[in-house]
Design a protein around this ligand. Sequence first.
Ligand code: HEC
Length: 282
Amino acid sequence: MVLKRKRLLAGGFILCLLMADAPATSFAQNTLWLPPGSNTSSEDASVGEITKKTVQFKGPALLGRLLFRSPSLLGEKAVRIGLSCNSCHPAGHVNTGFYISGLSNRPGHIDVTHGFWNAASEDGIFNPRKIPTLRGIRDTAPYGTGPTLPDLHAFTRHVIVNEFAGPTPSRWSLDALVSYLLLLEKQTGTDMIVQSPFSPATDLVSLLEPPLHAGDKTAYTLIGDLIIEELGRQINEENRQGYTQLARAIKKMRPVSSGASLNERQARYQRLLSLSRQLDKP
Ligand code: HEC
């Protein structure tokens, strides 16, 4: 079973699968994999994205947010140290304290063309670059300083596959990521809000409706794992029990996500939804 899934999914997902059993596990041990003096955590972790007031992170944009926060999107090294897009660009901005000994020359700078990430992209030069903000990114094409690419789809793909040696992203995951990036605004203002970094359980569970409706087990598993990972990031003493229960319920439903009848799948989806509504109650 596990072996089959390993073949089905790219290496990066193995960690989420492990986490699926224990959403309470955090990446507390990350730093053990890095040279002393490194700092990949962000002081800004509690800050949300600046967007137009009317924006709600639901559907593809929420999926994009989960991908942006997920180490599974990037390569094996990133998974091991718990690194995601969000580690360098927290909530689409800049982690000014980001530092990896040997890959950074000063905080907020990193060599993204180093063999550490992807042996094939090693350019043989120690050239850390300043981590840029992604706020207002839709208006600042072309992207990047090494190869410059004309659009966000192409650049995001380049970041995942070439810089971090991650698995080739599916069309829908690239679309979701880009739809998230397009919502990031440059500065606060009267028609802007700062989003809560916390995604309600109901919105997360709603992402499972389309794959359950279609009986698409592969998509159900991928999205389910992203949700379980996010529950792990949002877990605290108060919600621990409920979140663990929800994570288990999502995982348990995998086999029926394609096997059972449409009615059965819909009924089970409703049960997940009511469980998540309970958790969102203030
Ligand atoms: C280890 C830190 C790090 C991680 C992880 C990271 N980036 Fe970046 N990002 C950078 C640096 C440094 C640059 C500037 C280098 C360059 O231009 O090639 C950059 C540039 C970019 C740019 C171009 C900005 C511009 O104005 O030209 C985009 C878009 C971007 N990153 C998106 C992402 C996305 C999406 C992810 C996750 C898939 C990601 N980054 C992961 C460090 C990081």
